[in-house]
Design a protein around this ligand. Structure first.
Ligand code: ADP
Ligand code: MG
Length: 259
């Protein structure tokens, strides 16, 4: 009961968080249509995604689960424009990601997407706060004078304000991963995508990270898609998509079930 109530509440929160303009344009943020992905292997090829179709609305929190090698990262790479489908179409925020040129894609990603990977690759020679400022310098969205304060606010959100001036090597793996989240949020992207973002964290750290993800969706109006091998985490998200051998075999939306 409690879970259902929470999810209903979340839907209201995110509805109110989105503007009228967004509502009239469309509530669909991600639209994956008839996507196939094939890789050349030796003389032949292997089909890794086989006619994948799904939509994600603004304000959803979706987890993607499935065995190792089932195509989860390949799918994430399609949505983020890191790689392109062999067949099919991918629209994010009304823009055809699969048709964009590299330069456009890099700019689009910088403005619209927060990426969190298992291996978070902070720049080792830059302080924590400077790592968070870096994407703001690339995107040039926020005023130069605001950037440091904004980075400090983000570090405060992830509980790392006290570590701002340290180098990545001076903080723990969990703290580095939280820094990577602050960095992913630097340009206030509407969409956050994680590929095993809790992959190398202990359970306490990964629990805190998932709490943060919930806050971003519930309070920040963000849309979040996260690959995870952790079934406990996946079962807590309002919607879980399961992939096996390159196909969606289950798409469970607890809100739809309650309607
Ligand atoms: P997951 O993230 O679910 O573990 P991946 O999406 O990384 O799975 O990989 C799915 C399958 O596609 C695997 O069998 C993998 O070996 C294969 N694969 C991924 N990338 C390539 C590539 N560039 N070339 C050939 N095969 C690939
Ligand atoms: Mg993977």
């Amino acid at each position: 009961m409690h879970r259902i109530w929470t999810v209903d509440c979340m839907a209201i929160l995110t509805r109110e968080a989105s503007t009228n303009a967004e509502k009239t344009s469309s509530s669909v943020l991600i639209d994956v249509r008839n996507v196939f992905k094939r890789f050349p292997v030796g003389e032949g090829e292997v089909t890794v995604l086989k006619n994948v179709n799904f939509q994600v609305n603004r304000g959803e929190f979706v987890s993607i689960v499935g065995p190792s090698g089932s195509g989860k990262s390949t799918l994430i790479n399609m949505i983020t424009g890191i790689d392109r489908p062999s067949e099919g179409e991918i629209e994010v925020g009304g823009i055809r990601i699969d048709e964009m040129k590299e330069g456009q894609l890099a700019r689009w990603r910088g403005q619209n997407l927060g990426l969190v990977f298992q291996f978070f690759q902070l720049l080792p020679a830059l302080s924590i706060v400077d790592n968070v400022i870096l994407p703001m310098d690339f995107a040039n969205k926020f005023d130069r004078k605001e950037r440091r304060q904004r980075a400090m606010d983000l570090l405060d959100t992830v509980g790392l304000a006290d570590h701002a001036l340290k180098l990545p090597s001076m903080i723990s793996g969990g703290e580095q991963q939280r820094t990577a989240i602050a960095r992913a949020l630097a340009n206030d992207p509407p969409l956050i995508v994680g590929d095993e973002p809790t992959g190398n964290l202990d359970s306490a750290s990964s629990g805190r990270m998932v709490e943060l993800f919930f806050r971003l969706v519930e309070e920040g109006g963000k849309t979040l898609i996260m690959v995870t091998h952790d079934r406990d985490i996946a079962h807590r998200t309002p919607r879980m998509i399961e992939i096996a051998d390159g196909e969606i075999v289950r798409d469970e939306d607890s809100r739809r079930v309650t309607l």
